[in-house]
Design a binder for this molecule. Structure first.
Ligand code: TPP
Ligand code: DXP
Ligand code: MG
Length: 642
């Protein structure tokens, strides 16, 4: 039996000697590369926290002590040592292990939300609860240097530091990177600390030497200890944390188990808020990750475990089309600037940064700041393009509403990963953006259906000078072109119905799905006109006229039904007294378990076949004159919704 097979719980870890722990760490790294190279996942971050996670679980007593991981993408080792090693063949797959902590999987897991910079707020809350309910329980929050650039962390630190009696241990996992090197003053501060390795060791050995010196030793130590503050001022800049009221321990080598355990034992014994600054390396122990320039394999697809090369060539993505067009626009418009929240690579802004470095800004994992800073840039005469994943816009809603829209500032927000993303689980699906954007006065939201309309609508968006514009598109391979047969006003007609039974309004990438469903329905004698609104907010007025010419309106969107496009169109029809039945298809108001995008869409009935079935049923019921044998509908197609 390997050591890895012998560890089913943290208790098993505590029985191991240090030599065994070093072997176990090696076995875990081999295991991670073997498994994640098959399934894909966050290989780099997890290779970087092997020793750190082992040390936390040896010093503290999860689940009695609460262990919280910020963002949660670095919790694979935590899962391995809490009895879930056997689940890694199904990592991030339907019914398999989640790629993030999961309360349903284990009592050791607390936070499932993969949005960064929340761990310290949970730690504040948990420690307040323990203070009232069971003061012997500790809270340990593992937070990355990237996550620390998020504002919530500082709101939490302000609260944690206010109470010196709450035993909150904050383990800063400092690998110097989010995807790319972490930016900002804090990052520089941490880097400065990293550059003073062994600060604690120096103090420790000095203390020991003085205390063993007869007669003068102890008083001299006492004097020096009192002067330590001055020494710290002079010798190391962690005074920032201590000025905040947080004891600081570190920097500690985050791959040295003994050093980590010693620091964590000191932190545990301290009994108040304390930072343990662990210096780690993303991808540690696996050369293809350590040497992966862009992001040290932050998030990888299935790959060759030896070379680290992807096994499947990437299709042309929505992101790459956006990226290329933005560079062209940047050459045409000197007022155009690009803002990322620590995701320059994944959101396609790197080429723009390469071409126009002085017009490219990385604000850290700080979407709220990104939006309001963009409002400031716009007030200063620029046209910012802020690129974020759709789900992360949730965090910056108030800034978009009250800092950008209220002041009618020309900011373009580009939402990548809009719609169902799937394998990253519930908090990553871009399913809320159209619902929340629908309430923003003066905003304009576009949902391109293919590469051609993405380029077109991006240009239309940055041409708007009197308010915010938004573009939203899916994860993955882009539809090269889905041509329109006609453009009515700003609405593209993709297919004219043989009769005017149904107007099918398909939003964004679902245009292809809409056309496929219409073809199926035509075979059943149901005439379906398919249109792409292009700009979904405000609802195009042309749609009201088109609806009035049909007997049934159906909308389909890769976004939440509640407050989504379908609901907005229904309201527009009501306001115009157009009394045509409307049925809306979209993502239900549920947190969706992880699975592939196609599996989730199939589960939700958002496939061409399912849409055709639903419309058939409605047509039969509402239109009365179409008796269709649903069983006669052709078999399910390959689930290609892109
Ligand atoms: C609010 C939010 N914005 C962006 C992301 C995307 N994201 C996931 S992990 C990550 C980098 C995290 O860096 P760090 O906290 O240093 O952890 P590391 O991966 O380096 O261990 C980012 C930007 C996110 N999860 N949440
Ligand atoms: C943890 C996190 O938020 C990101 O790493 C995310 O998992 C990346 O998603 P994509 O793989 O879609 O870029
Ligand atoms: Mg980091």
């Amino acid at each position: 039996m390997t050591l890895l097979e012998s560890v089913q719980s943290p208790a098993d870890l505590k029985r191991l000697e240090h030599g065994e722990l070093t072997r176990l760490a090696d076995e875990i790294r081999t295991f991670l590369v073997d498994k994640v190279s098959r399934t894909g996942g966050h290989l780099g971050p997890n290779l970087g926290v092997v020793e750190l996670t082992l040390a936390v679980h040896r010093v503290f007593d999860s689940p009695r002590d609460a262990v919280v991981f910020d963002t949660g993408h670095q919790a694979y080792v935590h899962k391995i040592v809490t009895g879930r090693r056997d689940g890694f063949d199904g990592l991030r797959t339907k019914g398999g292990l989640s790629g993030y902590p999961s309360r349903a999987e284990s009592e050791h897991d607390l936070v499932e939300n993969s949005h960064a910079s929340t761990a310290l707020s949970y730690a504040d809350g948990l420690s307040r609860a323990f203070q009232l309910r069971d003061a012997r329980r500790h809270v340990v929050a593992v937070v990355g240097d990237g996550a620390l650039t998020g504002g919530m962390c500082w709101e939490a630190l302000n609260n944690i530091a206010a109470d010196q009696d709450r035993p909150v241990v904050i383990v800063v996992n400092d690998n110097g990177r989010s995807y790319s090197p972490t930016i900002g003053g804090l990052a520089d501060h941490l880097a400065a600390l990293r550059l003073r390795p062994g600060y604690e060791k120096a103090l420790e050995s000095g203390r020991r030497a003085l205390q063993q010196t007869p007669v003068v030793g102890k008083p001299l130590y006492a004097a020096l200890h009192a002067a330590k503050r001055g020494i710290k001022d002079a010798l190391s800049p962690q005074i920032m944390f201590e000025d905040l009221g947080l004891k600081y321990l570190g920097p500690v080598d985050g791959h040295d188990l003994r050093a980590l355990e010693a620091a964590l034992h000191r932190a545990k014994a301290f009994g108040g808020p304390v930072i343990v600054h662990a210096v780690t390396r993303k991808g540690n122990g696996y050369a293809p990750a350590e040497n992966h320039e862009a992001d040290q394999m932050h998030a990888t697809d299935a790959m060759d475990p030896v070379t680290g090369e992807p096994l499947v060539a990437k299709k042309t993505s929505w992101t790459s089309v956006f990226s290329q067009e933005l560079v062209k626009l940047g050459a045409e418009r000197e007022d155009l600037v690009a803002i990322t929240a620590a995701m320059r690579g994944p959101t396609g802004l790197q080429p723009f940064a390469d071409a126009f470095p002085e017009r490219s800004f990385d604000v850290g994992i700080a979407e709220q700041h990104a939006l309001t800073s963009a409002a400031g840039m716009a007030m200063g005469g620029l046209h910012p393009v802020v690129a974020v994943y759709a789900t992360f816009l949730n965090r910056a809603f108030d800034q978009l509403l009250m800092d950008v829209a209220l002041h009618r500032q020309p900011v373009t927000v580009v939402l990548d990963r809009a719609g169902i993303t799937g394998s990253d689980g519930a908090s990553h699906n871009g399913m809320w953006d159209m619902s929340i954007l629908g309430v923003v006065p003066g905003i304009r939201v576009a949902a391109p259906r293919d590469a051609v309309t993405l380029r077109e609508e991006l240009r239309e968006a940055v041409a708007v000078s009197d308010g915010p514009t938004v573009l939203r598109f899916s994860k993955g391979g882009v539809i090269p072109e889905l041509p329109a047969v006609e453009r009515v006003g700003q609405v593209d007609v993709l297919r004219r119905g043989e009769s005017r039974d149904v107007l099918l309004v398909a939003v964004g990438a679902f245009a292809k799905l809409g056309v496929a469903a219409a073809e199926r329905l035509a075979d059943q004698g149901i005439g379906v006109t398919v249109v792409d609104p292009r700009w979904v907010t405000p609802v195009p007025t042309e749609l009201v006229g088109m609806a009035a010419e049909h007997r049934l309106v159906v909308t389909v969107e890769d976004g939440g039904r509640h407050g989504g496009f379908g609901w907005a169109l229904a309201a527009a029809l009501r306001d115009a007294d157009v009394d045509v039945p409307l049925r809306d298809l979209g993502v239900p108001q549920r947190f969706l378990d992880h699975a592939s995008r196609d599996e989730v869409l199939a589960e939700l009935g958002l496939t061409a076949q399912d849409v055709a079935r639903r419309v058939t049923g409605w047509a039969a019921g509402l239109l009365g004159d179409t008796s269709v044998d649903e069983a006669a509908l052709p078999a399910a197609e390959d689930a290609d919704h892109r």
